[in-house]
Design a protein around this ligand. Structure first.
Ligand SMILES: NC(=O)c1ccc[n+]([C@@H]2O[C@H](COP(=O)([O-])OP(=O)(O)OC[C@H]3O[C@@H](n4cnc5c(N)ncnc54)[C@H](O)[C@@H]3O)[C@@H](O)[C@H]2O)c1
Ligand SMILES: [Zn+2]
Length: 370
């Protein structure tokens, strides 16, 4: 991918201090040069897939981690803490993390507790990381086989988005990032969705359009995390597609990536809302563009139809019902209303609603692969 001269920066306001986002192609190489390469002292935590490439840059300051869910554990964080100690990292040192959401979660947690907290800067390398997870400051660590059971807030001091990392991503990883971004922009409103869809249509060939798509998604998410930093109200709307999506990820043993599961989850949420008569004509018009875009991307994901057909309805429903966002007596779902705007209606936990949830999920396979 050609290096673009596009540069972009903005600030996220948070109770843990403000932090800066800089979108700039080629910024990783410049950062490593500024850091003084292998002599630079501070640790570089990276996705193991980059270890060979980064070894000449970071020498014995390099801490590669395998980017698998299996490895996103407290034990891995404990290992990283021990390595930081062995390197003599002090509270004045600033760690650099380079990788997708797994490296981000591990680094957030590790740097938040090492010596009661050290600063870090983050280079997301997946599109999902660039358009979504890099801001918001959350970590989520798997414990005892439960995904994302433990976590905290410890945002990086600066996030450098170097879109040149996108070039090596697998097609389903790109689709997942674009789907999560489309969801954020849809939640924000028509203007954000229009701007995103326009940029995303050209992002594969035009570096400036890729930067614009990333910027539109992050500025949309910035609004939610600044008005509701701790997930009490508006930010919960960003869970659109996630109750169905997380249940699906679990039912297929994480054989599809998170963003793709969210894409299928948004389609299932539309189907469920429609089955309950929630969406009016204006709402249908509003969601049509997102639905068409989502369907188009899901059709590019290899093997998706077989994976969805293999999913067990029992496991799906069990995972859906145990989502921590529900109440004891009621499911809470993020769904479009009559005008197609997102809200959080509740539904009683009973057999009829369970059947409607499964039917909505099944209908997605027919709708996408008709
Ligand atoms: N903390 C948060 O706010 C938050 C938000 C969303 C997701 N997450 C977590 O993030 C994880 C998913 O993250 P993800 O999808 O960003 O990536 P990931 O870290 O799971 O990586 C996915 C795959 O892409 C590879 N990869 C990474 N960068 C690459 C590149 N530039 N080129 C080629 N391959 C590359 C990785 O090695 C891995 O095989 C999940 O564990 C999820 O729970 C956290
Ligand atoms: Zn998500």
């Amino acid at each position: 991918m050609a290096v673009s001269s596009e540069s972009d920066r903005f600030t996220i306001t948070s109770s843990r201090g403000d932090y800066e986002v800089v979108i700039e192609a080629g910024s990783f190489d410049r950062h490593m040069a500024d850091r003084g390469g292998a002599e630079g002292g501070a640790p570089l935590i990276c996705d193991a897939r980059f270890a060979e490439r980064f070894a000449p840059l970071a020498g014995d300051r390099l801490l590669p981690v395998e980017a698998t869910e299996h490895n996103k554990t407290i034990e891995t964080c404990a290992g990283l803490i021990a390595e930081l100690r062995r390197m003599g990292v002090s509270r004045k040192d600033v760690a650099t993390a380079v990788g997708g959401g797994i490296v981000q979660d591990l680094t957030t947690f590790t740097t938040s507790v090492y010596m009661r907290g050290i600063d870090w800067v983050y280079f997301p390398t997946t599109l999902l990381g660039m358009v979504d997870s890099c801001i918001g400051g959350k970590s989520a660590i798997n414990v005892a086989g439960y995904k994302n059971l433990a976590g905290n807030f410890h945002p990086p001091k600066r996030i450098h988005i170097d879109p040149t990392f996108v070039a090596s991503l697998a097609p389903d990883q790109r689709a997942g990032g674009l789907l999560e971004a489309a969801k954020i922009c849809f939640a924000r409103g028509d203007e954000a969705l229009d701007a995103f869809l326009d940029a995303a249509a050209r992002a594969g060939t035009d570096p400036a359009a890729l930067t614009a798509a990333i910027r539109t998604s992050l500025l949309s998410k910035k609004w939610f995390i600044e008005v509701d930093e701790f997930d009490r109200n508006e930010r919960l709307l960003l869970n659109f597609g996630h109750t169905f999506g997380h249940a699906l990820e679990s039912a297929v043993d994480f054989r599809i990536n998170h963003g793709v599961a969210v894409g299928v989850g948004m389609m299932a949420a539309f189907a469920f809302a429609r089955s309950k008569g929630l969406i009016g004509p204006a709402g249908e018009t509003r969601i049509a563009r997102l639905r068409d875009y989502t369907t188009g991307l899901l059709l590019t994901v290899d093997g998706l139809e077989e994976t969805l057909r293999d999913a067990s309805a029992e496991r799906f429903l069990a995972a859906f019902a145990s989502d921590k966002k529900h109440l004891r007596d009621a499911y809470v779902m993020v769904l479009p209303d009559a005008e197609g705007r997102l809200s959080r209606p509740q539904f009683p936990r009973n057999a009829a609603i369970d059947a409607a949830i499964i039917a909505a999920n099944d209908s997605v396979i027919r709708e996408i692969f008709r």
